[in-house]
Design a binder for this molecule. Structure first.
Ligand SMILES: C[S@@+](CC[C@H](N)C(=O)[O-])C[C@H]1O[C@@H](n2cnc3c(N)ncnc32)[C@H](O)[C@@H]1O
Length: 307
């Protein structure tokens, strides 16, 4: 089994550990809403004896990896794995409550987006640097893929998608080319699309592939990432014990804005925001880990009362 740090370096790790160490409970439990390669889970597990972990991921590969990584802990019934989108967490409430003896969860981490192994595996179709099928699903059991969007969506819908989720100011030129090209031959691979965008726009920003924002928009749409965050924060908060923490790590401005405003909206009824200023990685960590450069952490503490 490959070392998980070779696969994925957890971002904002010291900052996350500092927050969870500040919690005060007799028995600790942790829900990892985005288990990935268990980078955060492994380090958090070292801090607490007999920590109960609920590991959630919508990618079966992450779950399979976790089962090997924590085989001993699973045998000791200290970890359960849930292969699901965390937006469906309410459906697992009784399983979770039984597992933690109805004490509520001490802390929940949602480290959003894709993992390095997902990005690095050409077959998953997330990267414009690797040729693979134009797929981008985190969960292979769902049917919507990036190629469906690119090949089937109307001109108007593609334009709206690239503006709203990719924050591309003028996507018309690229969309025109997509429409012309797909009449002759459908898009099948990541290269089909990334070369077309590169041809159409050229390299404008040093170090940033011209397809970056188009690929981001497609990935967000395929996995409904923004809608999931918006609609799940309250359900996650409701699983916490009073005094428990919800930590959310985002990687781009649209996602961060949703978390920021959702936390504000819920602060009066559910608890308080611990990160008045968003937490970012140290300069050293940003140098070591490219993904850490855009990572932002926000933390919410569940209040002692329930409404
Ligand atoms: C950034 S990685 C998490 C990395 C993990 N913290 C670590 O240190 O190894 C994100 C993971 O969350 C999963 N994921 C993203 N959104 C999800 C969602 N809405 N529900 C369940 N899993 C999700 C992805 O499949 C991916 O494995």
């Amino acid at each position: 089994m490959k070392n998980n740090l070779d696969l994925h370096i957890p971002v904002l790790l010291p900052e996350v550990l500092n927050f969870v160490k500040s919690c005060n409970f007799e028995q600790f439990s942790y829900l990892d809403a985005t288990f990935g390669r268990g980078g955060h889970a492994l380090e958090i597990n070292k801090l607490f004896e007999n920590l109960k972990i609920i590991a959630v991921d919508q990618d079966m590969e992450a779950i399979e990896y976790g089962k090997q990584l924590f085989a001993e802990k699973e045998k000791n019934e200290e970890i359960v794995f849930i292969h699901s989108n965390f937006s469906k967490i309410n459906g697992y409430k009784s399983l979770i409550n039984n597992f933690v003896n109805n004490t509520g969860i001490s802390f929940i981490l949602a480290d959003l987006g894709v993992s390095s192994p997902q990005l690095d595996d050409a077959e998953r179709g997330f990267s414009f640097y690797k040729e693979g099928p134009l797929d981008m699903r985190m969960d292979h059991s769902q049917s919507l893929t990036a190629s469906h969007i690119v090949n089937e969506w109307s001109e108007e819908d593609l334009i709206e998608l690239f503006i709203t989720k990719g924050e591309v100011r003028r996507p018309q030129k690229v969309v025109d080319k997509i429409i012309t090209r797909r009449k002759i031959k459908k898009f099948e691979s990541t290269d089909d699309l990334s070369y077309l965008i590169e041809d159409c726009l050229g390299w404008r920003k040093k170090g940033q592939h011209p397809a970056t924002h188009f690929f981001l928009a497609l990935r967000l749409e395929v996995n409904k990432e923004l809608e999931v965050v918006e609609n799940s924060i309250e359900s996650l908060l409701d699983l916490l014990a009073p005094g428990g923490l919800l930590l959310v790590i985002t990687f781009h401005s649209l996602e961060d804005r949703i978390v920021k405003y959702k936390f504000k909206e819920l602060a009066e009824a559910k608890g308080k925001i611990l990160t008045k200023k968003v937490v970012q990685a140290s300069w050293e960590d940003k140098k070591k880990n490219k993904r850490a450069r855009s990572a932002k952490l926000r933390v919410f503490e569940r209040g002692a009362y329930v409404i």
